[in-house]
Design a binder for this molecule. Structure first.
Ligand code: ASP
Ligand code: MG
Length: 412
């Protein structure tokens, strides 16, 4: 007998019919002799709708109340799905995050899971029940307040439960048939990737591929949980996210990720002293501003220019913080460029192949696409380009790295 965690995303439980369809998938695994724990998202666009409602009452609602509000979405789904299972004659019980023993750090809106006390779920499974757990929520250990895990956090609930329950598998049911080389809505020739390593998936998720919550991938890697991302609407096999060694091959580039609405900020003529970088980024970090790519240009012995990228939605906040510390930091001026996008290539084969970045830059420059910023890791290269060049960049790179090939190209 196996133990399986199944997670159904918002679209997969977006209507009564879809909830019944999800119930059928759960029952199938039960009939195969498995113990099943189900994690669900809020139905369809419920979470967005709740965010919108809150916005009509307050421009700056309390984070505690926001989490109280948003967690109601998942609670609707657990009750309905459990009823659908009862209707088919199966024993099932719904659990909120708190009832499922999911304990989080003391932070609203984006809390991390600290621990899971799985006693109640274990008891349910032992007595032949299906446990249906609300995704995206937990309870703050110290205060007993309800906290959410950040948008898209139901994936993390599922993988964390799979780890705590020592499940054999975690299946993520979604509205696409798997992880694609890039977003198929943007590039028509994008194809499904049969398997991808944890590290590659983590880069893809962090670089803007929305199909999995990055923290879910982190968990899966740390606890070696095999994940399969697949469609709830078809029986097609999805994408396996797993350890490198068991994979077919190391591809130089396995996928492309992209993200719009990026702004590049340049802080000019800062005194070029040994603390310049640490002072600037400590101030930004302690004000909660998330900085991505950083470039430093030393002008001469006295002065330095520092550029960094942020999400455009944090622009005015960043400007305010910098203005407030202008005297302390001693820079002359700030300038910014919005309307940028980040386009990244990801592949673990890069570690052993040189010239991947060069090939990327050449392909973009051949298309007259100007690269504004670059950052790299062992298995990715990111470039910042004008947002108007974003789609063309992705298409060009998808082509040049032959990601549309039916049979993946073997790179030695
Ligand atoms: N319902 C939440 C959201 O829309 C969590 C999730 O679906 O993973 O972000
Ligand atoms: Mg999701």
């Amino acid at each position: 007998m196996g133990r399986i965690v199944q997670k159904f995303g918002g679209t997969s439980v977006g209507s009564v019919e879809r909830i019944q369809n999800a119930a059928r998938r759960v029952i199938k695994e039960v009939e195969n002799g498995n113990e099943v724990v189900v994690v669900v998202s809020a139905m369809g666009k419920t979470t967005d709708e709740l965010v919108r409602l809150a916005g009509e009452i307050s421009a700056n609602p309390s984070k505690r109340e926001m989490d109280m509000l948003l967690t109601t979405g998942e609670q609707i789904t657990i009750a309905l799905l459990t009823m659908a299972l009862h209707q088919q004659g199966y024993k099932a019980q719904s659990l909120t995050g708190w009832q499922a023993g999911i304990q989080t750090e003391n932070a609203f809106s984006n809390a991390r899971i600290l621990d899971i006390d799985s006693t109640r779920i274990e008891d349910l499974l032992k007595s032949g029940h299906i446990a249906v757990v609300a995704g995206f929520q937990g309870v703050i250990t110290e205060t007993n307040d309800i906290a959410t895990l950040g948008r898209g956090g139901s994936d993390t609930t599922a993988v964390a439960l799979a780890a705590a329950l020592k499940a054999d598998r975690c299946d993520i049911y979604t509205d696409v048939t798997g992880v694609f080389t890039t977003d198929p809505r943007v590039v028509k020739t994008a194809r499904k990737i049969p398997s991808i390593s944890y590290d590659e998936m983590l880069e893809m998720a962090n670089l803007g591929a929305g199909v999995l919550h990055p923290r879910a991938v982190e968990f899966a890697k740390n606890y070696q949980i095999s994940l399969e991302v697949r469609s709830s609407m078809s029986d097609e096999r999805g994408t396996l996210v797993e350890e490198e060694s068991s994979m077919e091959q190391n591809l130089m580039v396995r996928g492309l990720a992209f993200e719009g609405n990026i702004t590049k900020i340049t802080v000019s003529n800062m005194p070029n002293n040994i603390n310049a970088l640490s002072d600037l980024f400590t101030i930004l970090a302690s004000n909660g501003i998330n900085v991505d790519i950083i470039i430093q240009n030393v002008m001469n012995e006295e002065k330095t220019n520092i550029s960094f990228s942020i999400e455009t939605s944090h622009l005015s906040e960043t400007q305010e913080v910098l203005a407030g510390f202008q005297d302390k930091l001693g820079f002359e001026s700030i300038s910014y460029e919005s309307g940028l996008a980040k386009v990244s290539i990801v592949g673990s084969g890069m570690i052993s192949n040189h010239g991947v970045a060069a090939k990327m830059f050449k392909a973009l420059s051949d298309q007259n696409i100007l690269i504004k910023m670059v950052s790299t890791s062992e298995i990715k290269v990111s470039t910042v380009v004008k947002q108007e060049d974003m789609v063309k960049s992705i298409e060009t790179l998808h082509d040049i790295f032959e990601l549309d090939a039916r049979v993946p190209v073997q790179n030695s």
